[in-house]
Design a protein around this ligand. Structure first.
Ligand code: NAD
Length: 279
């Protein structure tokens, strides 16, 4: 695509790295006034240089630091994203992530809550403050970043799976609530995407092999694969699509989730992995 987002304001949360940075670059390339947010200014500044280099059709990029789990911070992020054009047309609520890997009977409550807050509350606060802005524009598009882990079991992923399922259900509810105002809500479900954070899965490990074995296309995806769908979902090309969740995973959802047992078991022991308490 070339053009089509001229004059549109797009916010990408967590836009300083990985998938978010690619989504921001795709939108800026097609003419959007993009705002990226994250917690670290230096990461955002570096990303903004790459995104600006990819910008075309009058597209631009600006940065704003902030934490999506903090209500005042999100208010400031949304306000900043409205500055370039006087409003907001689309949000890619990409900031999210996991943690606290292990069986549920060993979950640390504080860590479980942190991951839920990052994914679910972080997305909800972006919905809360962006909806009035998009309604004022006469419509808009909100993209929630789910995961294959939001609907295919991923043993030992703890709060991550629950949080991503929560994002999908929020997007469905929002699609129903705000359809009358022409604001659309959809989720993207990436499978394994080769971003910086996924470098933690060694390519010669049993866990990585389990991803490849369970992916019909026998490979992993790239950030641009997700960005292409995000670009479609925020543009007019998808004007009649709302309330959906779309996989970008080479077909991985047709099979079973990855096996992170070899990561977790050495620390806990086989007895605890079965659901017993540590002796
Ligand atoms: P990433 O860690 O590079 O991206 C997450 C971004 O969110 C980072 O820029 C991070 O700084 C930012 N962030 C984290 N907490 C934040 C907070 N409280 N406030 C503001 N920003 C915050 O990882 P990624 O691989 O690019 O993942 C991006 C999204 O895609 C995440 O929601 C992730 O769960 C999802 N996802 C990734 C994969 C994958 O294989 N890479 C698969 C499925 C889903």
């Amino acid at each position: 695509m070339a053009g089509g987002l001229e004059g549109r304001a797009v916010l990408v949360t967590g836009g300083g790295t990985g998938i978010g940075r690619a989504c921001a670059a795709a939108a800026a390339a097609d003419g959007a006034a993009v705002t990226i947010c994250g917690r670290r200014a230096e990461v955002l500044e570096e990303a903004a240089e790459t995104i600006a280099a990819a910008a075309g059709n009058g597209g631009s990029v600006q940065i704003v630091t902030g934490d999506v789990t903090d209500e005042e911070s999100v208010q400031a992020i949304i306000a900043k994203s409205c500055e370039p054009t006087g409003g907001l047309d689309a949000v890619v609520a990409n900031a999210g992530g996991g943690g606290g890997m292990g069986p549920y009977h060993m979950q640390d409550t504080a860590e479980f809550t942190r991951v839920l807050h990052l994914n679910v509350l972080g997305t909800m606060l972006c919905v809360k403050y962006s909806v009035p802005q998009m309604v004022a524009r006469g419509g808009g598009s909100f993209v929630g970043m789910s995961s294959i882990a939001g609907h295919v079991p991923h043993p030992y992923f703890g709060a991550y799976c629950v949080g991503k399922a929560g994002i999908e259900e929020m997007m469905r509810n929002c699609a129903d609530e705000f359809g009358q105002s022409k604001v659309r809500f959809n989720s993207i479900r990436p499978g394994f995407i080769a971003t910086e954070i996924m470098e933690g899965v060694p390519r010669d490990s049993e866990t990585y092999a389990s991803y490849i074995d369970n992916t019909p296309m026998a490979d992993v995806g790239q950030p641009e694969d997700v960005a292409n769908l995000a670009r479609f979902l925020i543009g007019d090309e998808s004007r009649w699509i709302t309330g959906t969740a779309i996989n970008v995973d080479g077909g991985h959802h047709l099979r079973r989730g990855p096996n992170f047992g070899p990561f977790v078991a050495p620390a806990l022991g086989e007895d605890v992995m079965k659901g017993n308490l540590p002796k």
